[in-house]
Design a protein around this ligand. Structure first.
Ligand code: 5GP
Length: 193
């Protein structure tokens, strides 16, 4: 069991509706030593890949991506969530449905920060149905840049996102894959990797 899995068992809380709450160490209060270990692990898993930029999505991905970026020595760009329908032509735009908030957001990235020759590693906190990731992939592809890989902290393996993204042929490296969780007992099981 790796340190993220151990921490999920220790401090994660399973909520009704397939939501895993990890706000004491991942996406509200943040354990930077843990993030650092995660960054180190992604660096190992993407060894040999050319990566010159990390793309994440606000808000929860930003802290994780910034710490990981220190291991890759590259800048971080985050996609902004925007309710505005008047987005000008200087932005790449994708529509993303939020799993936790059940609403649709447009996510935007300035055209200044994604170029054709970029080799982009996507980093995010959770993978559930894969909407957020598909939005980020769409943005990278509209810019002509390449998705070099995808690093996820916690994949919920009983939802569809992981299968969809792997079937598209991307290298997806999730540091913990939750195969089942039960909000009544609090039990969590991980996929053996
Ligand atoms: P997806 O787009 O893959 O359905 O959902 C991914 C996004 O939803 C993540 O960026 C994350 O913010 C949020 N999310 C999905 N499932 C969970 C969960 O179980 N717990 C928390 N805290 N966030 C989640």
């Amino acid at each position: 069991m790796n340190c993220l899995e151990e921490r999920i068992l220790k401090d994660g809380v399973v909520k009704e509706g397939n939501v895993l709450k990890v706000d004491s160490f991942l996406n509200h209060q943040m354990d930077i030593d843990l993030f650092n270990e995660m960054g180190k692990e992604w660096k190992k898993r993407f060894e040999g890949k050319t990566i010159n930029k990390i793309l994440t999505i606000e808000a929860s991905g930003i802290g994780i991506a910034c710490v990981a970026a220190q291991h890759f020595g590259v800048p971080v760009v985050f996609a902004k969530k925007s309710k505005s329908i008047n987005i000008d032509g200087d932005m790449y735009v994708a529509e993303v449905e939020s799993f936790t908030h059940k609403c649709k957001n447009q996510v935007i990235v300035s055209k200044k920060f994604l170029k054709e020759d970029d080799q982009v590693l996507i980093i995010d906190d959770f993978l559930a149905n894969g909407c957020a990731l598909q939005g980020l992939i769409q943005i990278i592809q509209s810019s002509g840049a390449t998705v070099a890989g995808i690093g996820i902290a916690i994949e919920k393996g009983f939802q569809n996102g992981g299968r969809i993204i792997r079937n598209l042929g991307f290298q997806l490296e999730s540091l913990a894959i939750v195969d089942s969780m039960d909000w009544k007992t609090g039990a969590i099981t991980f996929r053996n990797m």
